[in-house]
Design a protein. Structure first.
Length: 190
């Protein structure tokens, strides 16, 4: 009897405490359809030699279509070159199990915008949407992402995703490696 209670208790607590908070920043349904947008989630941060780079992911759902929003902010006192996406741009995600998932850029050509912050610093901001390929969501649910390759228009960047990331700027902790396994269930996909 004690074993049965222990097993039931284990499953109860793993389900209750293992779930991700699926609150949406935007959740709109109207005559045009349904649009949902989750909060931004920091997956990479680099602060080095006067340059700050922050990369966040955000899951969107537009009329049932899942979308990954890639948000890049680069702050520096020096010149910062623009990065651009075009129709050939991709995000390649290498999973811990060795498989590779490809996400396709979903819009027209776009480059990062230069924003003056009012101080000696300037910032470049880029937000772009990527579509999941067939079968990629199931793969991303199964295994953590350990490496991300971003193919911009003129260059390619590799980013190692950490198991745990504590932001130097905000002090918040995230789990970049597990972003998809934690947040894809919020999309309520079959």
């Amino acid at each position: 009897m004690k074993v049965l209670v222990t097993i039931i208790g284990f499953f109860y607590f793993s389900v209750v405490f293992g779930q991700t908070d699926c609150k949406w920043d935007i959740n709109v349904t109207d005559s045009l359809g349904t649009y949902r947008e989750a909060k931004s989630y920091l997956v990479h941060e680099r602060i080095f030699d006067g340059k700050q780079t922050f990369l966040s992911f955000k899951l969107l759902q537009s009329n049932g279509t899942p979308i990954l929003r890639y948000e890049l902010i680069e702050k520096t006192k020096d010149f910062s070159k623009a990065v651009c996406f075009d129709a050939s741009s991709r995000i390649y995600l290498q999973l811990q199990n060795g498989k590779i998932v490809t996400l396709h850029y979903a819009s027209s050509d776009m480059c990062s915008n230069l924003v003056q912050t009012g101080t000696a610093e300037s910032a470049r901001i880029l937000a772009a949407d990527f579509l999941f390929t067939k079968g990629s969501i199931e793969l991303l649910r199964e295994s953590p992402v350990i490496l991300m390759r971003v193919k911009y228009t003129t260059e390619t960047t590799d980013i190692i995703l950490k198991k745990q990331l504590k932001s130097e700027l905000t002090g918040n902790e995230t789990s970049p490696e597990s972003f998809f396994s934690l947040h894809l269930p919020c999309l309520d996909l079959p």
